[in-house]
Ligand binder design. Structure first.
Ligand code: ZN
Length: 160
C-alpha cells in the first residue's frame, strides 16, 4: 500500500476506506505543477487539466497534466478557449483516463478562490484546483461542486 503524505497531512488506510472525497496527485504531477507555477512570467496565471482515474467512489488520482493556454489579456486572471478544453479532454479520454480537474495558479501566492473561481466547478463539472507558489513551496486548494455548493476537497500526494 502506498503511503500518502501531503505537507502536514498524513493519510492512512482509515482515510482510504472513508467516503470523504480526496484528490491524490502523483509525485510526477506535483513536480510538473510546481515547475509551471514557478516558471509563470509577469504575474500570468497558468492553467490546464489534470487527467487520471477514480479508485473508489470519491478517491481520484491525477496522473497526467495537460497545460492549456491562458488567453486572458489581464494579469491575475485566466480564461481558456472552450475548444481547447474539449480537445484536451478528448486527448485525456482517448488515452483511457478521465478528466478530473481544471487547475490554475494565483501569482498573489494565495489559494483562496476569487468570486469567479467559486463558480468554476459548477460551470465545468470538474474539480477546480488552485495553485500558488509560496517561496518555492507549492500550495494547493481543491474545490468541487456538491449540489450547487462549493465544497473543499482534500488534496494529497501519492508516494510509492
Ligand atoms: Zn483564481
Amino acid at each position: 500500500m502506498p503511503v500518502l503524505v501531503y505537507e502536514h497531512m498524513h493519510v492512512n488506510e482509515g482515510h482510504l476506506q472513508g467516503s470523504l472525497p480526496c484528490l491524490y496527485l502523483t509525485e510526477k504531477v506535483v513536480a510538473v505543477l510546481k515547475r509551471v507555477v514557478h516558471d509563470a512570467q509577469d504575474g500570468r496565471e497558468v492553467c490546464g487539466i489534470l487527467g487520471g482515474g477514480i479508485l473508489k467512489n470519491n478517491m481520484m488520482i491525477a496522473t497526467v497534466v495537460n497545460d492549456l493556454s491562458n488567453i486572458s489579456e489581464l494579469s491575475g486572471c485566466f480564461a481558456i478557449a472552450v475548444d481547447e478544453i474539449l480537445r484536451s479532454q478528448s486527448t485525456i479520454e482517448d488515452s483511457g483516463l478521465l478528466s478530473l480537474a481544471i487547475y490554475h495558479s494565483h501569482p498573489s501566492g494565495s489559494t483562496r478562490p476569487s468570486p469567479r473561481d467559486t463558480k468554476l466547478p459548477q460551470i465545468t463539472g470538474l474539480l477546480s484546483l488552485i495553485l500558488a507558489d509560496d517561496g518555492g513551496k507549492l500550495l494547493m486548494e481543491c474545490y468541487s461542486d456538491v449540489e450547487g455548493k462549493l465544497t473543499s476537497i482534500r488534496v494529497a500526494l501519492l508516494t510509492q
